[in-house]
Ligand binder design. Structure first.
Ligand SMILES: [Fe+2]
Length: 326
């Protein structure tokens, strides 16, 4: 199997607009497990023109030209690093087949309106299946594509968002762990900025479910549910579609307040035990969050960064506000 580069870009970009009907649903009741436990479903992105490698390389190149490299992750390889972006991406793609590397293009919906339309179509379908008014309640939703070499392993970690991993090309095994294996302090550290705060411990693999993904299949995993992904002996293209809502964001800020309190030597209660205290803690962090966030990072981390910054007095104010909020 060979990987095409952008030598042969198609001219049919608009064909990618047909997003409605992306997800196939055999039983709507499967979606009752949304945000509680994993489930799989079928989709129609397998041959979608928006996920052909030449097109993805093209979109990544124009993103780098217009916005700098913030939406594109290419491995920190010294040889690749010395190449101009125009050569670096096709070269990285060429190496994927024989090497051990992966590429990521984030926030596709910001890079071209076709991806934004696709995201809206997927959200509309999910609203229909779940009965939840997602397009009204989400604070952030996005599409990120991963292109990976054969046998690449994505290490154990968890994410903030509700997530759906759509397999487009190649096969992989997704090990999904129950949320209960995560320690409260790991979540607090995650929301304080350590994105790999979840630690894989001996014996935990027995507490995972394994979902085999092939082109045309997808798996949902709930927020904060850890996962570990093993690519099969093939090049893989996967799409991660994710969203967060106000509930998840407020809970994140409660964890951030708990992180601060634990640093003060206190033993805060986990979110969910006392809604009033949770709101108080979340509000204390929110005071320092950017009032007009432009990115998901702004929504989630601008407040805690200001609180933890030694140059600001915010730390002292939050300390005073949270004392006794246990
Ligand atoms: Fe993840």
């Amino acid at each position: 199997m060979s990987i095409a580069t952008n030598d042969n870009l198609g001219s049919d970009f608009d064909r990618g607009k047909s997003g409605s009907g992306v997800i196939e649903v055999e039983r709507k009741s499967d979606w009752d497990a949304l945000n509680r436990s994993p489930f799989t479903f079928r989709h129609h992105l397998e041959h979608h023109p928006l996920f052909a490698i030449p097109r993805l390389v093209n979109i990544a190149e124009s993103a780098v030209e217009k916005r700098g490299p913030r939406n594109v992750y290419v491995p920190d390889d010294p040889e690749l690093k010395n190449l101009p972006w125009k050569q670096r991406l096709p070269e990285a793609v060429r190496r994927i087949e024989g090497g051990s590397l992966w590429l990521k293009i984030s926030q596709l919906q910001e890079l071209h309106s076709d991806y934004r339309d696709l995201l809206q179509d997927i959200l509309a379908q999910m609203e229909d299946f779940s009965g939840l008014p997602l397009r009204r309640t989400v604070t952030w939703a996005g599409l990120t594509v991963f292109i990976a070499s054969p046998n690449v392993v994505t290490p154990y970690h968890f994410d903030h968002d509700t997530n759906f991993l759509f397999q487009i090309r190649g096969e992989k095994d997704v090990y999904l762990f129950d949320r209960s294996v995560v320690l409260e302090q790991e979540i607090e550290h995650f929301y304080a900025g350590d994105l790999m705060a979840g630690k894989f411990r001996e014996g935990m693999i027995d507490k995972s479910g394994v979902f085999h993904l092939a082109p045309g299949t997808a798996v949902h995993h709930p927020p904060l549910a850890p996962h570990l992904i093993k690519n099969a002996d093939n090049v893989s293209i996967s799409l991660s579609m994710f969203y967060a809502d106000r509930f998840l964001d407020e809970r994140a800020r409660t964890y951030q307040a708990n992180y601060c309190m634990r640093r003060l030597g206190l033993r805060p209660r986990p979110p969910g035990q006392d809604p009033f205290r949770d709101r108080l803690k979340s509000a204390a962090i929110n005071i320092f969050s950017k009032s007009h966030p432009k990115t998901q990072d702004d929504i989630l981390y601008s407040g805690i960064r200001r609180v933890l910054s030694p140059r600001r007095g915010a730390n002292r104010i939050v300390k005073r506000a949270l004392h006794g909020a246990g």
